[in-house]
Every structure is written in C-alpha cells, then in structure tokens.
Design a protein around this ligand. Structure first.
Ligand code: URA
Length: 259
C-alpha cells in the first residue's frame, strides 16, 4: 500500500502532527517547503494562527443569554432543559445528542472533562469511549464508581462543552465562554465536595490556567470548592508512564475524602 495514499497511514500522520501541536491549517493550499527553489522569495509572513473570529451576530449577546438561562435553572433537570433549548452554540447543529452528565448527582466528587467525542455524542453520555473506560478504571481503583447509588462511593461526571466539536478539535475560547455559565451553575446545583478538573480545557475554563503538567496534583478552588487538576485519561492512554502521577493524584483525592 502506498503510504502517500493509504488512508490509515495518512490518518496516523495527521494524528502525529496534532499531537505535536500542529492542529490548525494556516493556508488553503499545501506547500512543500523542501521543493521551494533556492531563490524563491520567502512566503509572506502569516498572522499568528488564531481561532477564526465569529461572524458578528445580530441580536442578544449569547454569553448574557447563557448566564440568564443558567440562572433560571433551579435544579439539574431544568438546567438540562435550558441547555436543550439554548440556541446560540453552533456546535449543537453538528451534534447527535446533548451530553449533559452521567453518574450520581449526589456524589461527593464531580469530574469536569473537556467535550464529548464520537462515542459520547452517540451515547449522549460523557466519557464512554476508550478514555472513559480508562477513567472508570482509575476511579474504581480508589473505590469510586459512576454507577454507585451511594454518594460516598459515587462519581458525577460532566464536560465543559455539552456538544461534540467537529473532528474532536479543542473547544474554542468563544465556545467555552458561552457554555461556562452552564458549567458553573451545574457545579452549584450538584454541589459536590470536590471537583476534579480533567486536563487542560477545564483548567482553562474554570481556573483560567493551562499547563496541566505543572497544575496537576496541586489543589486549587472552583466555585468555592476544593478542586484537583489531573491528567486527562486520553493523555494517559498515549503516555502510560504518566500513570504514576495520576495514581499519586488519585491517592491525594482519596486521602482528602477520608480526611
Ligand atoms: N473526553 C472528555 O473530556 N470528555 C468526554 O466526555 C469524553 C472524552
């Protein structure tokens, strides 16, 4: 099979580039820089790649609308209903299902992840794909389980975005800002004792910082509650050696619950 046309080879190459951080196209046409003639003028410098600015919209500010909708919700069912009726986030148009939450809302621990992937979009539940199975194994190891009816041993799980971004790309800042009032209200209404921030995206959204390698394992605060940033299970699937740090964080969480 020719690696230049083989679907799987091309997909792995793309995945590898994304893992290196090259996750955005900055030109319409591919440019083979090895084949540029010696004297070719350097291509005009491009502006730093940024997330495309959203088209200016007529009408109400979606962030204000989100704040109002979230504030109207007096319980988790009405929060879900407000999200279902929230028209301003374009991601909903490409999604199969709203992914609101899973687990036991009475749990002492609430996990906030990034955004649904393909499996979650199909199932309408967070963390059900490979990363989700890893997450279940991690928390099982300290006696916490999303299926537990007992708040002591239960988990409650949600994401920053409730709709799948296309091609599983990272959420953009405008998307996060728009959905944040719902996430904050979700935390308020579930009222967990501890919030776990799974990976960079929830850290960016809820504590305004990225750099999970530095943040993980250090307790912080979200909505007045203790919060623990941890490596995302999808990252652990790619970097199994980092499971040692994840295990230390799980033990810190267990100790806090017991202490
Ligand atoms: N990754 C996440 O952060 N959330 C999911 O629901 C699935 C994968």
């Amino acid at each position: 099979m020719d690696p230049a046309t083989d679907f799987h080879a091309l997909k792995s190459l793309l995945q590898w580039q994304v893992e290196l951080g090259a996750d955005e196209a900055i030109g319409e046409a591919p440019l083979n820089r090895y084949e540029l003639p010696e004297a070719a003028p350097a291509p005009a410098p491009k502006a730093a790649p940024t997330v495309a600015a959203p088209e200016p919209r007529e009408g109400p500010d979606p962030v204000v609308e989100a704040r109002n909708a979230a504030a109207r919700a007096g319980d988790l069912n009405s929060l879900r209903a407000e999200l279902e009726g929230f028209p301003h986030c374009d991601l909903r148009m490409g999604a199969t299902n709203l992914v609101f939450a899973d687990g036991n809302p009475a749990a002492r621990v609430m996990i906030v992840g990034e955004a649904p992937g393909r499996d979650e979009d199909r199932a309408g539940k967070p963390f059900v794909g490979r990363a989700g199975q890893m997450l279940d194994r991690m928390f099982d190891a300290i006696g916490l389980n999303r299926a537990s009816p007992d708040a002591e041993t239960a988990l409650y799980i949600t994401n920053i975005l409730p709709w799948r971004p296309p091609q599983n790309r990272d959420p953009t800042l405008p998307e996060m800002n728009m959905m944040l009032p719902f996430v904050k209200r979700h935390i308020e209404l579930a009222a967990p004792e501890i919030v776990v921030l799974m990976g960079n995206i929830p850290c960016q959204a809820l504590i305004g910082q990225r750099g999970i390698t530095r943040l993980r394992g250090t307790w912080t605060e979200v909505q007045g509650r203790p919060a623990l940033p941890m490596f995302h299970p999808a990252f652990l699937l790619r970097q199994p050696l980092m499971k040692r740090e994840a295990w230390a964080d799980l033990l810190a969480l267990k100790a806090r619950l017991e202490g």
